[in-house]
Design a protein around this ligand. Structure first.
Ligand SMILES: Nc1ncnc2c1ncn2[C@@H]1O[C@H](COP(=O)(O)OP(=O)(O)OP(=O)(O)O)[C@@H](O)[C@H]1O
Ligand SMILES: [Cu+]
Length: 406
């Protein structure tokens, strides 16, 4: 958008300059015909067509290349922003990790493992959070005995509460259970800390006021993901993980994944604040988020990246590409290394834009002074409009061919 208005400015300037100079030469005794030629030559030489092509051609070329690699861009201008990105914010679940958590251990307190799992799964039956779903699936796989629930309520960022046998059963993070008045023994809290230091997540299960144990959840970190992080860091992009999980778990995972900074125990709004904080520190931030809970943070980021294929088309052809959650970039191959390739492409494209702008500038410097009559003051001719046109075409062609290298 900004580019568009500056193109408009340059056009107005060229016309004003043309009027002023032809009026000047008319008053200096030149014929009307010469004056109108001067007017034409200045307008043609001053038109910002090459300057406009300088950016739009390489960007369009880059966007076409990206599209071939199954990378959808909101607009080609996304590449210009991407060139400036120096921080990448990522969510933990589903971005750093595979996003397929599984129950990796049970730490019951005074009951059997099966009973603990069955109790938690009974509460998690309708859970949306991947942890809840993993617990429910594990209980089915292990044929743990489940009880009917009369009501349940999932509290985002905290856990699940359900009414089972007229008793409130809660499954979630320790801080939340403690707030709800649940007693958690120091021993269990220590166990959870030790588990978290391995990069696993823990959720506590409470029946009424009593904590019945811990469920340990694990989620793999794909090697391709850590490789992509390393290479992005080599390109000068710092990786920041934003997580709702505990500090110990988040720190351990970020260490395993080779991530620079981890921010943990964050709410939706907390994640959004972290993005703003990065920006006030001078960072241009891209974010790869995960689902509805990251929408607030995504909205703050300079670039919003969606990892994974586009949702099925609903059949209305009104929008040719309907990017989810206002994404700027969709990596349809669900591959983080595509972001790396796109980032490299953006640097190449913007280098070419820079060269093109120099070409456009040089031709201006070459054409405008003679068109204005600078050579005439030294006894030479005015620049004929046809020569101005040839010069502009020449600049545009040079820019076109240079842009093909993108
Ligand atoms: N249905 C649930 N069952 C059990 N625990 C839950 C549930 N929903 C949330 N929690 C607890 O709340 C914590 C925070 O959840 P949140 O969705 O904010 O982050 P996360 O999924 O752990 O991490 P990230 O945001 O990095 O992917 C979880 O780590 C978990 O302990
Ligand atoms: Cu920074």
């Amino acid at each position: 958008m900004k580019k568009q208005t500056s193109i408009g400015y340059f056009t107005v300037l060229a016309v004003l300059l043309a009027i002023a100079m032809s009026a000047y030469w008319l008053s200096a005794g030149e014929s009307k015909e010469t004056a109108s030629n001067i007017f034409l030559a200045i307008v043609i030489a001053g038109l910002p067509l090459p300057l406009w092509l300088a950016q739009s051609l390489p960007l369009a070329r880059g966007a076409a290349k990206a599209s071939k690699a199954n990378i959808r861009l909101e607009s080609p201008e996304v590449l210009a922003t991407l060139d400036k990105i120096n921080a990448l914010a990522v969510s933990k679940g589903g971005i750093v990790t595979e996003g397929k958590p599984y129950v990796a251990g049970l730490v019951p307190a005074g009951l059997s493992q099966g009973t603990l799992l069955g109790l938690a799964a009974s509460a998690e039956r309708e859970a949306k959070h991947p942890f809840g779903q993993a617990i429910y699936q594990a209980a089915i796989a292990r044929q743990a005995r489940m009880q009917p629930l009369s009501a349940s309520n999932e509290i985002p960022g905290c856990g699940m509460e359900a009414l089972i046998n007229r008793m409130p059963v809660r499954v979630g993070k320790a801080e939340w259970l403690l707030e709800e008045g649940v007693d958690i023994t120091a021993d269990l809290l220590t166990r959870a800390d030790q588990i978290a230091q391995r990069g696993q997540s823990t959720v506590f299960v409470a029946n009424g006021k009593y904590c019945r144990g811990i469920i340990v959840l694990d989620d793999n970190i794909p090697k391709e993901t850590t490789d992509a992080f390393t290479q992005l860091q080599q390109q000068g992009i710092q990786i920041v993980m934003l997580s709702g999980d505990s500090r110990r778990t988040a720190n351990a995972i970020s260490k395993q994944a080779g991530i620079d900074t981890a921010r943990s125990e964050l709410t939706d709004q907390g994640k959004a604040r972290e993005i703003k904080l990065l920006q006030t520190h001078g960072c241009t931030v891209a974010m790869i988020g995960n689902g509805v809970r990251d929408e607030a943070a995504m909205a703050e980021a300079d670039l919003r990246i969606h990892l994974g294929p586009l949702p099925e088309k609903t059949g209305d052809a009104a929008h040719d590409i309907d990017l989810p959650e206002n994404s700027s970039i969709v990596l349809e191959n669900n591959n983080l290394s595509d972001f790396l390739h796109l980032s490299k492409l953006s640097h190449k494209v913007m280098d070419i834009v820079q060269q093109n702008r120099i070409v456009a500038l040089l031709f201006w410097l070459l054409l405008l002074p003679p068109a204005m009559g600078l050579v005439k003051t030294f006894g030479g001719p005015f620049l004929p409009p046809a020569a101005a046109l040839t010069g502009q075409l020449c600049a545009s062609l040079m820019i076109l061919f240079n842009s093909l290298r993108a």
